[in-house]
Ligand binder design. Structure first.
Ligand code: NAD
Length: 256
């Protein structure tokens, strides 16, 4: 098998439609020689249907990242398909409606706690659950939306992403001695199911069209997926705790 990820075994979370960033990652990874196992949340039959659209139909394991039993059983379930893991992709985010769209001052703690549990803490939970299957050279990759700034309508999801970015650095610190890397891709706005659930998401779309120095497509998940593949590959062997921006260069420019 040839390709950037030849012979690598990957666990990819976060496929729900074929617009999911995770779907692009899984597709490109298979096209580049990887063996892919998916996890699905909630609507498993839908995820299984989408999984059949990959170049190679991929097995789907049920995983709610907030469910301790699912996490405890994950390694054994993955072992039914592959004998180890070289990479894990965290492509998961969720916040209750109160947390998004301008409700920052009113969102109750219970809702904020859900957003942080699913979108932030789960990065660590997933990595630890997969750790028994990983060896030196392995990589964990997650998806963020630049959390160095406060964005209109992103509200508590922005706080969750700031936490995710910090959690990735701490994971890099704690897994580095085992030879395992942790990196994030900061993607620009993409029309996925998660994005459509953000009231006012079109503000991001307009802003990117106006300001990103490179042309930005809202429907092309491949640039973000390619960066995930690069970080999972052997071509970033000494890079960890890093955030690679795949946003058309938006983050590099100031507004005037
Ligand atoms: N779409 C964008 O504009 C954009 C930009 C930057 C970063 N991101 C990030 O990319 C990642 C993937 O999102 P996407 O845009 O592909 O949307 P998506 O809706 O396709 O994927 C989100 C996934 O999270 C999963 N999920 C939600 N709660 C879960 C739980 N409790 N346990 C396990 N899985 C759960 C959903 O099932 C879904 O598959 C997210 O972290 C998102 O914040 C998205």
């Amino acid at each position: 098998m040839s390709g950037l990820l030849a012979g690598k075994r990957l666990l990819v979370t976060g496929v729900i439609t074929d617009s999911s960033i995770a779907f692009s990652v899984a597709k490109l990874a298979q096209e580049n020689g990887a063996q892919v196992v998916l996890t699905g949340y909630g609507r498993l039959s839908l995820v299984q249907r989408i999984a059949k659209r990959l170049p190679e139909p991929a097995p789907v394991i049920e995983l709610d990242v907030t469910n301790p039993e699912h996490l405890a059983g994950l390694a054994d379930k993955v072992r039914e398909h592959v004998d180890g893991l070289d990479g894990v992709v965290h492509s998961i985010g969720f916040a209750p409606q109160s947390c998004l769209g301008g409700g920052f001052l009113d969102a109750p703690w219970e809702d904020v706690a859900t957003a942080l549990h699913v979108s932030t803490y789960s990065y660590k939970s997933l990595a630890v659950a997969a750790l028994p299957l990983m060896q030196p050279g392995g990589a964990v990759v997650g998806l963020t939306f630049d959390a160095t700034k406060a964005w209109p309508v992103y509200d508590w999801m922005g706080v969750a992403k700031a936490g995710l970015e910090s959690a990735s650095r701490y994971l890099a610190m704690h897994l580095g001695p085992k030879g395992i890397r942790s990196n994030l891709v900061a993607a620009g706005p993409l029309r996925t199911m998660a994005a459509k659930s953000i009231p006012g998401f079109e503000k991001f779309e307009e802003s990117w069209a106006e300001r990103a120095p490179l042309p930005w497509s809202l429907t092309d998940q491949e640039p973000a997926a390619r960066a995930c593949l690069a970080l999972l590959s052997d071509w970033f062997p000494a890079t960890t705790g890093e955030i690679v921006h795949v946003d058309g260069g938006y983050h590099a420019l100031g507004a005037a």
